[in-house]
Design a protein around this ligand. Structure first.
Ligand code: ATP
Length: 238
């Protein structure tokens, strides 16, 4: 499986009733790559991520993570993925360090190692001093940091970040960029969705433009820039 790409989507389809959220989505992400998904609201980006992590069943086509089918080989695919989702679906009854330990435990990490990983993840995102706090009591920016820590606690090979800097201030955006750039430099494959073109240009090795459930373009940030961003603006227009 060493030669398999980190992500392979081929002809991927998903319909919600009459809405074709994924309509033949096809692209690959190489191991170690920092890959961006850009596209307007409703393009299908979150649906694709939900298929990868087993929250949504695909209607057809191929979806693989490191060569493992996300449905028939769910456990082996899912254990390699850390995800910071758009929605704040976090256990609200425990201090945040315990939430991380539970999460690592769920993925089969023994308790002492889970504790160590929770500490490391909270330090990585800069909220170790908030470890006894509950999620609800964190500020919006700290919630974003926590979601990234939660994605890291299983030591993922593939990190999926669904609009990780939506609505955060400039300083926090820069802080989060530094953290995820470092993780990528250390070998973690990253799939990022964003509405900020400058974020994609700064961070990503390649960017796919998704529209109406299909990939309409894959290019490097330089290619994107040299063509001008008209195409992106066009597709990003609501
Ligand atoms: P955004 O940038 O706004 O997050 P997106 O690219 O992530 O958008 P999706 O959330 O995947 O897009 O939505 C793709 C399409 O599927 C949209 O038309 C959306 O309304 C529809 N959709 C998504 N989830 C559901 C659902 N659970 N039930 C019905 N329709 C859905």
């Amino acid at each position: 499986m060493q030669s398999e790409p980190a992500i392979r989507a081929d002809g991927l389809r998903k319909a919600y009733g009459d809405v074709q959220a994924l309509d033949g989505l096809t692209f690959e992400v190489d191991r170690g790559e920092f890959f961006g998904l850009l596209g307007p609201n409703g393009a299908g980006k979150t649906t694709f991520i939900n298929v990868l992590v087993g929250l949504v069943r695909k209607g057809g086509g191929v979806a693989e993570v490191f060569g493992f089918d996300v449905e028939t080989d769910y456990r082996r695919a899912r254990d390699r993925i850390g995800i910071a989702p758009q929605e704040f679906n976090v256990d609200r009854f425990f201090p945040i360090h315990e939430v991380l330990e539970h999460k690592a435990g769920y993925h089969g990490v023994p308790p002492a190692e889970a504790e160590r990983r929770a500490e490391e993840a909270l330090k990585t995102v800069g909220i170790w001093d908030k470890r006894e706090t509950r999620f609800d009591w964190l500020s919006g920016g700290m919630k974003r940091r926590f979601l990234l820590a939660r994605a890291l606690v299983t030591d993922p090979e593939l990190l999926i970040l669904d609009e990780p800097t939506a609505g955060v201030d400039v300083q926090l955006r820069r802080d989060l960029w530094h953290v995820i750039e470092r993780l990528n430099a250390e070998g973690t494959t990253i799939l990022l969705t964003t509405h900020y073109i400058e974020e994609a240009e700064r961070l990503c090795d390649r960017v796919a433009i998704v529209d109406s459930g299909r990939v309409v373009d894959v290019s490097t940030p330089d290619e994107l820039r040299s063509r001008g961003t008209d195409q992106v603006h066009l597709t990003l227009a609501d």
